[in-house]
Ligand binder design. Structure first.
Ligand code: VTB
Ligand code: MG
Ligand code: MG
Length: 317
């Protein structure tokens, strides 16, 4: 892939964030999602590439979502795999809370996990804890390992986990270990990335969330030198059949970072929609929209923070 692709990709998430940010706090998550999706699709289609969505939200008939199998780009240039979440955190935007992102990951064709939109069990950590975690190990073991790796007491750790009933047991185990918790309403992509930045105050992310979000987080952590492990969690026979159709037969397989993102020619890009620990949300003033994005490439490990000022009247921005 051409390294200049990174700027093209930032335009895509910036456009989605600028569109979705208008819906902050209006209680309308579907409208926010649709605005992000449309903007993303439009911008993607102006990039010279042969892109295919391999994991995202929705399948074929669920328009206007960017569906799995959808072709994006001008149809000329390199063949690439795309993972998308035009608006990661629709409820976040509807409520105006923290950590909503417009986000995408791309890699050479065949290199991103192709899976249905279902739940995935996840564990994510930053660079210091690489090689110390195991998604199948008890919570206490992972937390002890991360505390040791980071030269912290277990009581000093902050574990990010989605506030869901399905996590009741895990939350109790975290509390029993003595570690502290950041319960999230949504936004596990941001939480996973946060583990790689000390100043965000998140040491590890645990629990299950969306599989597309898992692929996005894994690509980011590959670029950041962290670690991500996942396990797909089909809930029904129908979901198992969808997995089989996509060629995934061993449902219990631990998906290591290289199983989710093969090789290292991959990009992760996100633009903040609402304020988060790492990225600010979109700010509007008159005809100007200001965005904050992060762009990374696994191959080089370069991480760029990009602030954009966009004219909201010039439609060609
Ligand atoms: C998580 C969360 C996302 O979906 O992946 C979640 O991080 C998983 O689904 O922001 P449930 O809401 O059913 O737990 C989101 O909330 C939305 O994509
Ligand atoms: Mg979404
Ligand atoms: Mg999402």
């Amino acid at each position: 892939m051409n390294r200049n692709l990174s700027m093209e990709l930032v335009r895509v998430t910036e456009a989605a964030a600028l569109a979705a940010g208008q819906w902050m706090g209006r209680g309308k998550k579907e409208e926010a999602d649709e605005a992000a999706t449309q903007a993303m699709r439009d911008k993607f289609n102006s990039i010279q590439m042969k892109g295919t969505v391999v994991i995202g939200e929705g399948e074929m008939d669920e328009a206007p979502m960017l569906f799995i199998g959808e072709k994006l780009g001008t149809g000329t240039g390199s063949e690439i795999d795309i993972a998308v979440d035009p608006l990661e955190g629709t409820n976040i935007v509807a409520a105006g809370t923290s950590n909503a992102l417009a986000t995408i990951a791309v890699a050479d064709r065949g290199n991103l996990l192709h899976a249905p939109d279902m739940y995935m069990e996840k564990i994510a950590v930053g660079p210091e804890s690489v090689g110390k975690i195991d998604i199948n190990a008890p919570v206490i073991k992972n937390l002890t390992a991360v505390a040791n790796a980071k030269n912290k007491n277990i009581e000093d750790l902050v574990v990010a986990i989605l506030d869901r009933e399905r996590h009741e047991k895990m939350i109790q185990e975290i509390r029993d270990s003595g570690a502290r918790i950041k319960l999230m309403q949504d936004g596990d992509v941001a939480a996973a990335i946060n583990t790689a930045f000390d100043n965000t105050g998140v040491d590890i992310m645990l629990g299950s969330g969306g599989a597309p979000e898992g692929v996005l987080a894994a690509t980011a952590l590959k670029s950041l030198g962290g670690e991500f492990q996942g396990k797909l969690l089909p809930q029904t026979e129908e979901e198992k059949n969808r997995l089989k159709k996509m060629g995934i037969l061993d449902f219990n397989k631990v998906l290591l970072m290289d199983d989710i993102v093969k090789g290292d020619d991959a990009y992760f890009v996100a633009t903040g929609v609402t304020n988060g620990e790492l990225l600010k949300g979109v700010q509007y003033k008159g005809n100007i929209g200001t965005t904050h994005s992060i762009v990374m490439r696994a191959k080089t490990g370069t991480v760029r923070f990009i602030e954009g000022q966009h004219s909201l009247i010039n439609k060609n921005n």
